[in-house]
Design a protein around this ligand. Structure first.
Ligand code: BMA
Length: 842
């Protein structure tokens, strides 16, 4: 019988090089999994890293060497097993492991598992495990400095400790550790994943994978692949059991197999008739199967979903398509990019993954891009994505730093990729493996990267290009083709797979940043129709409740040192302000600035997202940058680091709705589009009402529309001149476009068109009424306004609440009920409730 014991408690840690903190040289209790920063925090030796400007004062931690030590007991019965192995699921990053004083493992890659047989090295009774971590920066710096040239990176290399020379390109370590334009620089060290003692006898299963040979709705042709390690040769019985999760029919198959002494690969082909397929959100149920295998007393389990996946790229009138086809159906990808969920990954819980991924699904996202500057997520992340029906665009962990050459580096990456692809290949959610983030475009388009390449000798330049090619078109592509279970490989994001330069409008995927980084007007989104938009974004501030966790009222100013320390994009706060001055007015105070930054972000991404959806099928994907945060910061996220939904997350629920009415005002016309992601045609009523801000209807029209499956259609075009005539004031008028169910009048989608930018509108101060009722954690707020109230915002101060809606626009006289869940009492909530709307921000 195989058994596994986690070595979790009793660890200690200390610094082994000089640090500014004398106490760090002594042993203190440490957490495994964990990293030295969180251990120092738990030992109260450092202040909260995310508070104020503390980050800057904690940089010494990544410059020191650290040791982790465990004294643990091993029993005679454990040692009686034929095999005893010590397994580290992750070591961050340069580490020497010794067991009872004997060297055991030398690690140099955060993304690999490290293990060693220890049966002969363990003692009955007390044992000592020691893990010596070497500062990645200090170790690499002299080596890199001695190199003829220094590879550029995207991280914050200007840090003095590195003398302006970046070490991160040479390390297999989470790139965002070194700082990003939304993330602090915390160069971690530690045992960041669990450690186990594994024992087994006779035989064990080292890998169990369900190969999906051919998937169709009437038949799934599968093959169970089982990799075994055995002490003896002989014939054995293999038993495979499987069932659809949630159903009660269990099937069992048997086969006589032959085991060799040592390694054997076994397979059992089998079919499932009328399989329950795995489908992405909006395209059917994400059905899954549980599979169990037994051979020679060893067993293994895997959960998987059956689906076919194709990245379809066909020449067409716009160039070459880029669309994900799942189970034969082209899917318009709606979603966002994800980044790591914490600067200290060992703190992230499955509950956090579940909460954020559920929030993605709740706003009709069907795809997330797990971006290449972080780390490969834990099993529970992909398991949740599988369960929810979210497709995952998965990147290898290259965030944009140029890559070194050398057989040793490539071999290290090959091992990493092989392990990760094999670990994750039974997850139906993973629909793409992508080589890296922005490295292909960076080498071609970024000023500092081009300059670096120009300054090299021709031979050096060739070598840099060759190193890139070898890694991404040889090593990683090779691993995905061999081990990736048929999931397509894409060399970089963005890329056109070398048909043409990356970031093309006609081929491959695109990152569009002229809005925001380039300060172009938000309407510029409407001028670009890439085949698949994998990044576009706009910043905002996190919720005030989140800001209060790291700043004092005296810091509440976008130029204060604290607020600047929580804005990592150079000039980011000014950029938010610049855009605000174009369309809005000057907010009256800091809280209003924060609120308005969120409204502005939501309005901006709404323009981009709706345009991309109107462009279907030319464009087949909209992934905005970014879904989440790793700490409290001003960023492009739609959910802040404490899980608060920003305005954008609420807006996404509307602009990603399967049925969408999207009016586009341009050139004196309003083109009203009806978009459907449904698989069946829908008969709907399109209602258009022109009303003034007090609710008086000035004009209206209703017509039947058929929203055909998977289409975007211009249902009607209105002339602005005819619509407004001479008597209607454009500053006081809104066009309300709605899609209604003919049977019951249910509103499937509503969208408002204003005829001027916000600062020119004559919005009156609304009389807002809010009635709060309920008990035992569940409350309702009934909201009503006499005049049009834009972006009505509800807050309950520092009470923990979760709201069904916020930032919504109330039509005059219309009642909206917001559901609130909160552990707080009714009286407390009543006392803290504040209701404001856009006009109150000025
Ligand atoms: C991109 C990403 C990230 C970055 C974001 C915002 O292109 O790939 O590197 O955080 O833009 O600048």
């Amino acid at each position: 019988m195989a058994a596994s014991r986690e070595l979790k408690t009793g660890w200690e840690f200390r610094a082994t090089t000089a640090t500014p903190l004398a106490e760090a040289a002594q042993w203190h209790p440490g957490e495994v999994p964990g990293v030295v920063q969180t251990d120092l925090l738990a030992a109260k030796l450092i202040p909260e890293p995310f508070y104020g400007t503390n980050e800057a004062g904690l940089q010494w931690i990544g410059l020191a060497d650290w040791q982790y030590r465990l004294h643990f007991k091993v029993s005679r019965s454990e040692l009686a097993h034929g095999h005893v192995e010590l397994v580290f699921d992750g070591l961050d990053t340069l580490a020497d492991v010794t067991l009872n004083g004997q060297p055991l493992i030398k690690a140099n890659n955060m993304f690999r598992q490290w293990s060693a047989g220890v049966r002969d090295r363990l003692r009955e009774g007390d044992n000592e495990l020691l893990v010596q971590f070497h500062s990645p920066i200090r170790t690499m710096l002299p080596i890199v400095k001695a190199m003829p040239y220094h590879l550029p990176t995207v991280g914050q290399v200007a840090v003095l400790s590195e003398d302006g020379v970046a070490t991160d390109p040479y390390l297999r370590k989470a790139p965002y550790n070194f700082g990003w334009d939304w993330g602090p620089r915390f160069v971690t060290e530690g045992i960041w994943k669990p450690v186990r003692l594994e024992t087994w006898d006779g035989a064990r299963i080292t890998d169990f994978h369900i190969e999906q040979v051919k998937i169709a709705s009437d038949l799934a042709q599968l093959r169970a692949n089982v990799e075994m390690e055995s002490d003896t040769a002989g014939d054995r019985e293999l038993t495979l059991r499987y069932e659809q999760i949630g159903s009660s029919t269990l099937r069992t198959l048997h086969k006589t197999v032959h085991l060799e002494k040592g390694d054997t690969t076994l397979d059992l082909p089998f079919d499932i008739a009328k399989p329950a397929l795995w489908n992405p959100v909006g395209y059917g149920e994400p059905n899954r199967y549980k599979m169990h295998v037994e051979v020679a007393g060893a067993s293994a389990d895997v959960k998987t979903g059956l689906r076919s996946i194709e990245l379809r790229r066909k020449a067409d009138q716009w160039g070459k398509s880029f669309e994900f086809v799942v189970n034969g159906v082209p899917v318009f990808a709606k979603g966002a990019d994800t980044i790591p969920f914490d600067s200290f990954p060992s703190r992230v819980t499955p509950a956090t993954h579940h909460k954020i991924l559920q929030a993605a699904k709740d706003v009709h996202m069907n795809m997330i891009r797990s971006w290449g500057g972080g780390y490969y997520e834990s099993d529970d992340f992909y398991d949740t994505a599988d369960e929810l029906g979210l497709m995952v665009w998965q990147e290898f962990m290259f965030g944009g730093a140029m890559v070194p050459g050398g057989a040793e580096f490539r071999e290290n990456v090959a091992q990493e990729a092989q392990e990760q692809v094999r670990r994750l290949r039974d997850h139906p959610s993973i629909v793409l493996w992508c080589g890296n983030n922005e490295l292909e475009t960076g080498m071609l388009h970024w000023g500092n990267y081009k300059k670096f390449l120009e300054d090299l000798t021709p031979e050096q330049r060739q070598a840099v290009h060759r190193n890139y090619q070898l890694l991404f078109n040889d090593v990683l592509k090779g691993v995905v083709l061999r081990e990736g279970a048929g999931v397509p490989y894409w060399p970089s994001s963005p890329s056109a797979d070398y048909d043409e330069a990356p970031d093309s409008e006609t081929n491959g995927d695109r990152h569009y940043w002229d809005v925001w980084h380039g300060l172009k007007p938000i309407e510029a989104y409407n001028e670009h129709s890439p085949r698949f938009m994998s990044e576009y974004g706009f910043q905002s501030f996190p919720d005030m409740q989140t800001i209060r966790t790291f700043a004092k009222p005296s810091d509440f100013n976008i130029d204060s040192p604290v607020m600047r320390a929580h804005q990592k994009n150079d000039g980011g706060n000014t950029r938010i302000h610049t855009y605000m001055q174009r369309e809005y007015r000057e907010p009256k105070d800091f809280a209003s600035f924060v609120y308005l930054s969120q409204v502005q972000q939501a309005e901006a991404i709404k323009v981009g997202a709706e345009h991309l959806r109107r462009e279907m099928p030319r464009t087949m994907g909209s992934l905005y940058w970014q879904l989440n945060d790793c700490w409290p910061v001003a960023s492009w996220s739609s959910i802040d680091s404490l899980g608060h939904w920003k305005a954008l997350q609420y807006y996404a629920r509307d602009f990603y709705n399967d049925l969408l009415v999207s009016p586009y005002r341009h050139d004196g016309k309003v083109k009203v589009f009806v978009i459907s992601d449904l698989s069946q045609p829908a008969k709907l009523n399109l209602r258009l009402q022109l009303m003034d801000f007090s609710g008086k209807v000035l004009w209206q029209k209703q017509q039947e529309v058929i929203a055909a499956a998977h289409t975007s259609r211009n249902a009607i075009t209105l002339s602005e001149a005819e619509l407004l005539g001479t008597k209607v004031s454009r500053e006081n008028t809104v066009l309300v476009a709605e899609l209604l169910q003919p049977a019951n009048g249910k509103i499937e989608s509503r969208n408002l068109v204003y005829f001027d930018i916000m600062k020119n509108l004559k919005l009156a101060k609304p009389a807002l009424s809010a009635m709060l009722t309920g008990a035992n954690g569940k409350y309702d707020v009934r909201l009503r306004s006499d005049v049009l109230a834009r972006n009505v915002y509800l807050t309950f101060g520092d009470n923990n609440t979760s709201l069904s809606d916020n930032f919504m626009t109330l039509l005059p006289g219309q009642e909206v009920v917001v559901k609130v869940s909160s552990p707080a009492k009714l009286a407390t909530l009543k006392g803290s409730l504040q209701v404001t709307s856009l006009v109150d921000a000025f």
